[in-house]
Design a protein around this ligand. Structure first.
Ligand SMILES: Cc1ncc(COP(=O)(O)O)c(C=O)c1O
Length: 453
């Protein structure tokens, strides 16, 4: 480490709490597209994207331009004080993008956790019920409510409870580690309707008292675990039956990561909007849909600017009394400009097509690694949202090996992240704009690193 970096490290240690961890002992000089330069002259391939934020790449020129232009006109106004068109335009775009039929509305906030908090608030106001069902392995944020809904105890939750009341945790359909030790397809998706009707709603919480079920269609921090096909439709059916608001947290899985705009669209009919296209169609009319009622988005929405969104059925969004939603910075004009630029890029640069092609390349290479190294227990995900689970003795989580792998990759010029309760999953989050050569180079570094740990 250079003297300057050493001194920055000392200043960091002196002035910033140790609980705010930095996974790599490096300082960024600049990052462009899918490459990061550090202050010591090193260049790294970015398979982390600032934890799934830079889907359009770091400092995309269109995002930079939009931010610069808006910053010159108005950096902050507060939508509660005076309105501006970009908030409205972004709401219109998100309303059109989410796979929710009928009349939908959007509110903007700053972070993922804030969006989740608001989604729960809206569900409670709409249903006049209190309980919220969340899942094992979930990550929804670090505020007190979202931390309650987040699953991992150590280090995330240690010593910081008591937790928010009314939150009930149930098993997630984690097929590689099925909580019932069953296997698809003979399990008949026991984790779906059966489990809820015969266990969750009998022993955990009554559906008449349940305001919302919230889940990530592909769990992010939990280890890139997709729900099995048909599962979301079963939750939809239960939510229709008991007037429960179904919330999808697409904060990590959204904005093209899975090869569709939202991961949940993989589990919906081709047109992505369920059977009902009528405005405000009554619950019973939604048919075999897997639509949510509310979707929360953040991370890649802003191309690096802090912005999040809650988009949901208008009658639910409007159920909160005037003044009940919002905040000083929510939907800041500069962040809105960045988000609008990000959404345009999906069309102009065919980012969904790129994500699908990238997913194909990564999946072939990861499958080959799985064949070669017996400590890779599972390769899974959707589209370009792919991860490897490292194990010992065929099944026990091997977080130690994953930690060594991440360190070795860094030494070889690749920034990559581990995740999961046991930190034994290696997840890939390269920008969707990454060139094929750079992608392949990163994958080759991974393979070399696996052969050396
Ligand atoms: C699925 C999911 N929900 C919520 C959050 C919280 O977002 P933020 O860190 O912006 O509060 C995250 C962050 O990783 C996430 O992955």
């Amino acid at each position: 480490m250079s003297k300057t970096d050493q001194s920055m490290m000392e200043r960091r240690e002196q002035n910033i709490p140790s609980s705010i961890v930095s996974q790599n002992p490096l300082f960024i000089e600049e990052s462009q597209g899918s490459l990061i330069k550090d202050t010591q002259g090193g260049t790294f391939i970015d398979f982390a994207s600032g934890i799934g934020v830079n889907n359009v790449g770091s400092c995309h020129p269109a995002v930079v331009k939009a931010v610069q232009m808006q910053a010159e006109k108005c950096i902050h106004a507060c939508f509660h004080v005076m309105m501006y068109e970009s908030y409205i335009e972004l709401a219109e775009k998100l309303n059109a993008l989410v796979p929710i039929s009928g009349h939908v509305k959007t509110m903007l906030a700053n972070s993922g956790a804030e969006a989740v908090e608001n989604a729960v608030k809206i569900a409670r106001c709409y249903t006049k019920k209190r309980a919220v069902i969340c899942f094992d392995n979930a990550f929804h944020g670090r505020t007190m409510l979202t931390m309650t809904m987040t699953s991992k105890i150590r280090p995330n939750k240690m010593h910081t409870g008591a937790w928010a009341p009314g939150i009930f945790r149930v098993h997630f359909p984690y097929c590689f580690r099925c909580p019932w030790n069953l296997a698809m397809p003979s399990c008949n998706m026991h984790c779906g309707r059966d489990y809820f009707e015969n266990y969750v709603f009998k022993y955990q919480v009554d559906p008449e008292e349940t305001a919302a079920i919230i889940l990530e269609p592909v769990q992010g921090e939990g280890g890139f675990i997709p729900v099995p096909p048909g599962y979301l439709a079963q939750l939809r059916e239960l939510c229709d039956k008991y007037n429960i608001v179904l919330i999808y947290d697409e904060i990590q899985s959204g904005f093209g990561r899975s090869g569709k705009m939202f991961a949940s669209e993989h589990f919906m009919p081709e047109e992505g909007r369920g059977e009902s296209a009528e405005p405000d169609m009554p619950e019973e009319g939604r048919g075999e849909s897997a639509e949510p009622d509310i979707m929360v988005m953040a991370k890649s929405l802003g191309g690096g600017m802090p912005i999040s969104a809650v988009t949901g059925r208008a009658r639910m969004m409007d159920s909160v009394p005037a003044g009940g939603l919002g905040g000083t910075y929510g939907g800041n004009p500069v962040a809105c400009a960045a988000a609008l630029a990000v959404i345009s890029l999906f069309e102009s640069e065919d980012l969904l097509g790129k994500a699908r092609r990238m997913g194909d390349i990564i999946s072939v290479r990861l499958k080959a690694m799985e064949e070669r190294f017996d400590f890779i227990g599972d390769v899974r995900g959707l589209g370009a949202m792919l991860a490897l689970e490292l194990v010992k003795d065929g099944i026990s989580p091997d977080g130690k090996r994953a930690g060594e792998f991440v360190k070795l990759c860094r030494e070889k010029g690749l920034i990559i992240l581990a995740c999961g309760t046991f930190k034994n999953n290696i997840r890939l989050l390269p920008p969707l704009t990454i060139g094929t050569d750079t992608l392949e180079e990163g994958l080759t570094i991974m393979e070399e690193a696996f052969s050396q740990i």
